[in-house]
Each structure stands twice: as C-alpha cells, then as structure tokens.
Design a protein around this ligand. Structure first.
Ligand code: AKG
Ligand code: FE2
Length: 296
C-alpha cells in the first residue's frame, strides 16, 4: 500500500466536480481505485473533500451511499440521531438534574466524551445492584438473533430491565435528556465487569442487516443508532475504550461517559470500538444502547 499518496488540489477539484455532477460516491471511489489509489486513502480524500467543499451533509450522504446531489432531499427529511445539544465552545452542558462537562468531541466518528455524567455515589450504587447478578457476557449472534459466550468478550455482565430500580430510571431519564432521545427507545442498562486480562475486542454495536438473524433482532425496536458508555470505576491500569479506525483512546474515569452514534449500520461510520485489556484492578462500565424505535 502506498501511504505516501497525497491529495492534491487538482484531485480535490476533480472530486468536487464529480459530486456536483451527481456521481455516486461509490463510483467516484471505484474510479480512484481503478487509477491506483489505495482504498482507505481514496475514502479519506473523498470524505475530507466533500466535507470541506460541500459541508457535513455531503459526508453524511456519502455514508448513506447516496449522491451528494440528493443531499437537498435528505436535508428536508433528516434522519434523527441521538445527539447532545452542545453549544459552540461550551465546556459544560446543563441537564435538568445535573451539570456535566464536555471534555472532547469529534465529528467522524461522532464521539462526545463527558465528565461527571454520574456521581460517584450513583456509580457505587449501580455496581452494588449489578454485582450479585453477573454472569459471563454473551454477545448477540447476528446469524440467529440468539446470544452466546464469545472469546472476543471476556467480561462478566448483566442487564437491568428498563426502570427496574429508581436509580436505573433516574439514569435513563438523564440519558434521554442528554441525547434528546425517548427513554422507551433505550435498551435496559447493561453492566460489565472486566477482571485483569479481560477485554472486549473491537466490534460495531449496530446489527448487520444482512445476517439471517437480523429480522428477529430488529423487530424489538429497530437498529441501534447510538451508544453511551458510563465508567463506574477507574481501573488501576488499562481498560480504555479504543476506536482503532481513528486511533482514539478514551480513558475509563469513574463517573465519565463516552457517547458515539452511527447513522447507518456501516463501518464507514468509523465506530469500530473495543475495551482494551484491563492490566491491573477491575473495570466496571454501564452501557446504554439507543434504538430507532421503542425497544420492547
Ligand atoms: O468496555 C468498553 O470500554 C466497551 C464496551 C462495549 O463496547 C460494549 O458494551 O458494547
Ligand atoms: Fe460496543
């Protein structure tokens, strides 16, 4: 792979011209690959150029596999995603019951890191409620819609029912306020414990619609559109949440949270992520997944 390939002004102009002529991004990409461009470099060039010249909606159009020429139609009916109401330059976000810090955000993948989303007391109380109910984590088997123990995921975990405890209900309402997404569209809170050596290999949280099990999974509230991970303790060492596509590592700090969203079930959202191995101590995390529709 030639990683030295550079994106010249001429190439940018050509990409913009193709997009404005209504060419499908996939065709532009194929043309670039046919003339010797590395796929990843071509993809990045395409996205960066479209974003710079035509704005973010063009990149979203690319992710949706539609031509930038159809952006206007898409803007008329934007797909809603869970998303915090961040004002430009704001370092805090006032929620009805709590002020949280805005520590970091990025556009692609859409990631927001929040400080102090949960109080230490809430973290401890959630761990205490979850602890007696832990068992070896299973993952959804896309092929069947069932679940199974998986060596890619060596944590122990449990699910609360939605609103199962007053504490769950309070946290769920805070998440709904943060992301402007109905409580009923959320799955129940999942709590995971990682012991030293335990990890969760990189994966996507959306469901692959091409798998035979997809209709079963999707019948319970549609696709997942976003994930909020809440750190319930600070491990002594290790246990970061990693986003390998962009080289991002989020440190697991008690009470903090990382949110990411994916506008379609595609790796072009760059939301591949994992839990790095815990090197010392334990890691406790709570996960909330947001669905398109009511989860039942
Ligand atoms: O533990 C982590 O940092 C990641 C957990 C995760 O990806 C998940 O629960 O889907
Ligand atoms: Fe995940």
């Amino acid at each position: 792979m030639n990683v030295q390939q550079t994106i010249t002004p001429e190439l940018r102009a050509w990409i913009v011209a193709q997009a404005q002529a209504g060419c499908q991004p996939a065709d532009v990409l194929n043309a670039m690959r046919a003339s010797g461009w590395d796929e990843q470099v071509a993809m990045t060039a395409l996205e960066d150029t479209l974003e710079a010249h035509l704005g973010r909606p063009a990149v979203e159009a690319l992710q949706q596999g539609i031509s930038p020429g159809a952006v206007a139609a898409q803007l008329a009916q934007p797909q809603r995603l869970p998303e915090p109401a961040l004002e430009a330059g704001a370092t805090t976000l006032q929620l009805p019951d709590r002020e949280v810090q805005v520590l970091m955000q990025m556009a692609l993948p859409r990631v927001v890191v929040l400080g102090g989303f949960l109080s230490h007391e809430e973290c401890d109380a959630l761990v205490a409620l979850a602890n007696p109910r832990l068992s070896r984590s299973e993952t959804v088997v896309n092929a069947t819609g069932g679940s199974e123990v998986n060596s890619a995921r060596t944590s122990d975990g449990m699910f609360f029912g939605r609103g199962e405890h007053a504490l769950c209900a309070r946290i769920e309402q805070r998440i709904a306020d943060l992301l402007r997404w109905p409580v009923i569209n959320g799955e129940g809170l999942q709590v995971l414990r990682y012991r030293p050596g335990a990890q969760y290999l990189p994966h996507h949280d959306y469901f692959d619609p091409a798998q035979p099990g997809a209709p079963t999974i999707l019948s319970r509230g549609g696709q997942r559109l976003g994930t909020l991970l809440m750190y319930l303790n600070t491990p002594e060492r290790g246990g970061a949440t990693t986003f390998p596509d962009v080289g991002l590592e989020v440190a697991p700090i008690k009470g903090n949270a990382v949110f990411f969203s994916y506008s379609r079930p595609s790796p072009t959202t760059r939301t591949l992520h994992g839990g790095a191995p815990v090197l010392a101590g334990e890691k406790w995390v709570a996960t909330k997944w947001l669905r398109e529709g009511e989860f039942h």
